[in-house]
Write a protein that binds this ligand. Sequence first.
Ligand SMILES: Nc1ncnc2c1ncn2[C@@H]1O[C@H](COP(=O)(O)OP(=O)(O)OP(=O)(O)O)[C@@H](O)[C@H]1O
Length: 239
Amino acid sequence: MLNIPAVEVAALSVVRGGRSVLSDVTFSVPTGQIVGLLGPSGCGKSTLIRAVVGAQRIEAGDVRVLGEPAGSACTRRSVGYVTQASSVYPDLTVRQNLRYFASLSDADDEATEGALDEVGLRARADALVRDLSGGQRTRVSLAAALLGDPDVYLLDEPTVGLDPVLRRDLWKLFARLADDGRTILVSSHVMDEAGRCDRVLLMREGRIIADATPDELRRRTGQDDLEQAFLVLAEEVAA
Ligand SMILES: Nc1ncnc2c1ncn2[C@@H]1O[C@H](COP(=O)(O)OP(=O)(O)OP(=O)(O)O)[C@@H](O)[C@H]1O
């Protein structure tokens, strides 16, 4: 099991609305790593995550999760997907949502309360989800994913709109999950979050322009700042 990559994408191409959105994307994510999918808005991060979930029609290529085709029934319980749009019930409270999701995955009330703490929502546990901010709703979705205890987390911009303290706390949570052997593929367009990943896939216009550790990116570009490193790499690709 440990030798099988958590995620394996080979020569993936996706067309949406008649336009090429992903072109010849290839990468592999070993188990127990945090891999960041970084790149500007519209570069294809969400589409790539949807393909790994098995929710995106693909034009060409192969996408596997834990050795099985993406989206296949046997991998569904192994994957926790947190979308950019909220995927919890707006007319239930935070705690009611989590108790509902806990019942689907045989988690108990203690796990529900633990998940509330993990995402920093204890103070809003009795608030209706429809009264929460976008960032708070994303954290409810993340807590619901935690209750399923998946092997692979696919997180689409989970830290958007969060203040620096909450962002730091969520990245600590991701690190704890990875230390426990979980795998995390997490997208962001905030380049300083790249530094918190074991490895970074830098995307631009539907292609991966670098697949490296943060230190390798710094060395390769001679830039300490990862945002500057991205700019150097983007210019190299454009040249
Ligand atoms: N339903 C759709 N039909 C046609 N094109 C789409 C659709 N959804 C997204 N696209 C296009 O696919 C490209 C990639 O979009 P995607 O949402 O994957 O990017 P992203 O990197 O996740 O962006 P963001 O950071 O803004 O969420 C964009 O050019 C977008 O306009």
